[in-house]
Write a protein that binds this ligand. Structure first.
Ligand code: GLV
Length: 393
């Protein structure tokens, strides 16, 4: 990913914003992020160089593991276009508004978070770091961010919840071996204190990921699929989780089974979003699954306005895919997203720095967001007007 507007990489030229880390959502007045002065003791190196982080992760991880995380489906066109699609919007800054700090704290389905940047569900985090999902949960909590825990985790959903008990998190649901096991998992998520169930609906069949086919990728020995009751350590091959028979009826059914609000993830069309809401969805998550499913698919940055137009007045809408800069986050908020989620950047953070690495990716991007908001005269992530953005051409 080319950095199109990153500052020069010398300490003197770095911007001077910080974003305070916290372990629990702070009261509203405490979440505004103001530019730091040069002698601010909390001042941290704020320049988030995701390209360099990815290169470090690549050097650390086995080639097939890196390929699994980095890769997309088919020709990887969806993957390649994701980041550029956000950059096709331009900001329309407001001047002389007297805005000295930006309020990043918000709520997601009623849960308070310190930043609208969360962690997307991604699988097999034990391949990236020995503490896997537990480290990601700790890092997200330190940044005041919401984590979405994958069904395909290497720690049980209860263990991940216990590693950051005060922080709100959501559980992403895939089908297990049988409807009964899947319902059990949904129930366990409710019992463990997850605040929502994220139903991934873009996987009727697994995307054809050529890198994984070429490397004959399998889960490394010694890692468990901790939420799959029938998978043993001796049989660690990836399990099919395809859902070709799922229909909109599953949304209300899983809400009933789990007792949780259901977020439907993987929606790229306005008509589908409407059907999800009619079927009981509490929120809709615009996503291409990191370019790992349909290829070529419309980018999240293009699909988001259509989805917001259809359901944005009724439910919260989120987006992921290719968010690499604070300005991308601001574009998504202006287009109507309540929050965005990060996948690969948090993979690289976890692989290179464990919980601290995850936290610094989120705080770094949050600082970029706050900086750009102040530059644009915008005080609050919850009230970013649609006319903040216009197409570049
Ligand atoms: C699982 O969700 C994957 O994309 O590999």
């Amino acid at each position: 990913m080319a950095s199109t507007h990153g500052p020069a990489d010398t300490p003197e030229q770095r911007p001077t914003l910080t974003h305070r880390q916290r372990t629990a959502p702070a009261p509203e007045s405490d979440t505004a992020v103001a530019p730091a002065t040069r002698d601010d003791p909390e001042r941290k190196p704020p320049y988030l160089d995701l390209d360099r982080l990815e290169a470090r992760a690549r050097a650390l991880l086995p080639a097939d593991v890196f390929g699994y995380y980095a890769g997309g489906a088919e020709t990887e066109t969806t993957l390649a276009e994701a980041a550029d699609a956000w950059q096709e919007w331009r900001l329309r800054p407001r001047v002389l508004r007297g805005i000295a700090a930006a309020q990043l704290g918000t709520t997601l389905l009623g849960s308070e978070v310190a930043t609208p940047i969360g962690v997307a569900p991604w699988a097999y985090q034990g391949m990236a770091h020995p503490d896997g999902e537990r480290a990601t949960a700790a890092g997200a909590a330190a940044a005041g961010a919401l984590m979405t825990v994958s069904t395909s985790a290497n720690s049980s959903l209860e263990d991940v919840a216990a590693s950051a008990p005060a922080a709100p998190s959501w559980f992403q649901l895939y089908r297990l071996h049988s409807p009964g096991h899947t319902d059990d998992l949904a129930r366990r998520a409710g019992d463990a204190g997850y605040r929502a169930l994220v139903l991934t609906v873009d996987l009727p069949l697994l995307g054809r990921r050529r890198r994984d086919l070429a490397s004959d990728f399998v889960l490394p020995a010694g890692l468990r699929l901790a939420n799959h009751p029938l998978v043993t350590d001796e049989q660690p091959r990836l399990q099919a989780m395809e859902t070709p028979t799922w229909t909109f009826d599953e949304i209300g059914r899983f809400a009933d089974v789990s007792g949780l609000p259901v977020v439907v993830k993987g929606v790229l069309r306005g008509d589908d979003a409407t059907s999800c809401v009619e079927a009981g969805a509490s929120a809709v998550w615009v996503s291409t699954h990191g370019g790992r499913q349909v290829d070529p698919a419309v980018s999240s940055a293009y699909a988001l306005p259509e989805v917001v137009e259809s359901v944005g007045d009724e439910v919260e809408v989120y987006a992921d895919g290719g968010i690499r800069h604070g300005s991308d986050v601001l574009v998504a908020l202006a287009l109507g997203a309540r929050a965005v989620f990060l996948g690969r950047p948090t993979v690289w953070g976890l692989a290179t720095g464990g919980a601290d690495g995850v936290a610094s990716v989120i705080t770094g991007l949050s600082a970029e967001l706050a900086h750009t908001m102040v530059l644009c005269g915008l005080p609050d992530v919850a009230t970013v007007p649609r006319d903040t953005v216009v197409r570049a051409r």
